[in-house]
Design a protein around this ligand. Structure first.
Ligand SMILES: CC(C)(COP(=O)(O)OP(=O)(O)OC[C@H]1O[C@@H](n2cnc3c(N)ncnc32)[C@H](O)[C@@H]1OP(=O)(O)O)[C@@H](O)C(=O)NCCC(=O)NCCS
Length: 160
């Protein structure tokens, strides 16, 4: 095992928030931008735990709003580093809303984000540890993240 590698489970972040009236439109639906902010924050915690230095969001690949969330719901986000490149990390986030009375949980949104680790002295991208995927789910996410990283590179090269 590479001594600098880190287990995927070491960076997992789980965050919860109550959704407030200022997060919503007049009908009580939570704004998409509020959901994006919570996703970015949860993903940032996971990326920071993996890199243990300043990280910035480089891109959000895809973000699906699957079901609405409403004022008063408890929102829970689970974020984890799926794959590390040299200086970047792909983070997957899943978000659920929970009804306060019934406890019923609904899948609200999922997203993949890329974070880049920055050297504290120079502010330029710096290396991150490889990810060790141990469970079947972590291995599946790792393989899927490799395919997305390759697709991202192809897209970036096509744009040059
Ligand atoms: C993200 C950023 C640091 C990348 O800088 P850069 O000079 O383009 O870096 P490089 O070309 O050396 O690439 C560094 C890594 O980032 C990845 N990367 C760069 N741009 C990317 C993008 N748009 N999407 C996904 N990955 C990206 C590269 O693939 C590379 O990964 P690797 O080292 O794992 O192979 C720079 O674009 C930046 O500072 N952007 C603004 C970030 C920001 O303000 N975010 C919002 C607030 S946190």
């Amino acid at each position: 095992m590479n001594p600098t590698s880190k287990r995927a489970s070491e960076s997992t972040a789980i965050l919860s928030h109550f959704l407030l009236p200022e997060d919503a439109n007049p009908a009580g639906n939570i704004h998409g931008g509020v959901i994006v902010k919570h996703i970015d924050s949860a993903a940032g915690v996971a990326a920071f735990r993996h890199a243990r230095c300043n990280v910035v969001t480089a891109s959000i690949d895809r973000l699906d709003f699957i079901r609405p969330a409403f004022v008063g719901n408890l929102l829970t986000l689970k974020a984890g580093v799926n794959l590390a490149g040299r200086t970047s990390m792909e983070v997957g986030v899943k978000m659920w809303s929970e009804d306060r009375s019934s406890g019923e949980r609904r899948h609200v949104s999922s997203a993949y984000l890329t974070f880049v680790s920055l050297d504290p002295a120079t502010g330029t991208p710096c290396p991150v540890p490889p990810v060790i995927a141990e469970t079947d789910d972590e291995k599946r996410r790792y393989r899927a993240a490799e395919a997305r990283r390759a697709a991202r590179k192809r897209r970036a090269e096509g744009e040059d």
